[in-house]
Ligand binder design. Structure first.
Ligand code: C2E
Ligand code: MG
Ligand code: MG
Ligand code: MG
Length: 270
């Protein structure tokens, strides 16, 4: 098979290129279908206090159940959803669904929960993002302080002045902000002071790796000194939890307590 490249010269397709392209087109059309057929559900994973396993928040994590192929993990389709812009529609659905779920839990008497929702860069960059969040909080009658938006360094470094402005508006609204996967991006530490943040989530890659424990210690101290809550992600073992307690990390999340599960299973832990 022949194709014309960016420099207008004719090239042969390598088998592997064709495979990649059709794999991607295939996934893209399946993802489009998934949106219209509502093939997504949310799983939830608690954030806990290290000292007593008291649940302080629950993170919503999307899952895609393809009728034939079964579960497709967000690591596989969120990047594609971001590239194609489909993340806006998917992200809206996630916000609706997670606020609806939080309200259901409140109505069952679970009153002290916060819901954490992952927000992709393009969602955050939407003109009316703050207004949208405000309207959704009204619609589901959820107090702003019970919503926590998880953004990454990728989101905040795009346009620092704009980020400062949006974060200030969100803070004014009363919504909480966390920096997810902290330590894996390429942003400057300066923003920690400039941005209205509430929480740092230490990326799981640091928490797991013995040789990175000095980094974990440093992030815990720095976060606390800046008045931020610090959550360690990806805690899988008792000794990892032990280490966090010894180093005054107040919050954690991970398989050690429970992997993400559907709402009806997670509420058994409340
Ligand atoms: P994240 O926001 O950093 O979420 C934490 C990920 O770590 C989740 O993967 C969770 O299942 C996994 N995890 C939790 N505890 C452990 C542990 O102890 N060990 C290990 N190895 N992993 C653990 P998941 O659910 O596959 O999601 C992957 C990423 O996809 C998320 O990372 C987030 O960046 C993105 N994502 C998930 N749901 C959404 C969504 O609704 N919207 C957007 N924009 N992104 C999402
Ligand atoms: Mg997250
Ligand atoms: Mg993370
Ligand atoms: Mg992430």
């Amino acid at each position: 098979l022949l194709f014309v490249d960016e420099k207008n010269s004719i090239k042969f397709y390598q088998d592997s290129m064709l495979g990649q392209l059709s794999g991607r087109l295939n996934l893209e059309s399946k993802l489009r279908r998934a949106i219209s057929k509502q093939e997504f559900i949310l799983f939830y994973q608690p954030q806990l206090e290290t000292k007593n396993n008291n649940i302080v928040a629950v993170e919503a994590l999307i899952r895609w159940y393809h009728p034939a192929e079964g579960m497709i993990s967000p690591g596989q389709f969120i990047p594609l959803a971001e590239d194609t812009g489909m993340i806006l529609e998917i992200g809206d659905w996630v916000l609706h669904e997670s606020l609806k779920q939080l309200k259901k839990w409140e109505n069952k008497g679970f009153n002290n929960l916060t819901i954490a929702v992952n927000i992709a860069p393009q969602q955050f960059q939407q003109d009316k993002f703050v207004l949208k969040v405000k309207e959704l909080l009204n619609k589901y009658n959820v107090s702003p302080s019970k919503l926590e938006l998880e953004i990454t360094e990728r989101t905040v470094i795009k346009d620092v002045e704009y980020t400062v402005e949006v974060l200030n508006k969100l803070k004014f609204l009363g919504v909480k902000i966390s920096i997810d996967d902290f330590g894996t991006g390429y942003s400057s530490l300066e923003y920690l002071n400039r941005f209205a943040l509430d929480k740092l989530k230490i990326d799981k890659s640091f928490v797991h790796d013995q040789s990175n424990l000095n980094i974990v210690r440093t992030i815990i101290m720095m976060g606390s000194n800046l008045g931020l809550q610090v959550v360690a992600e990806g805690v899988e073992t008792a000794s990892e939890l032990e280490f966090l307690i010894e180093n005054n990390c107040k919050y954690y999340q991970g398989f050690y307590y429970t992997p993400p599960k559907p709402a009806f299973e997670i509420e058994k832990y409340f």
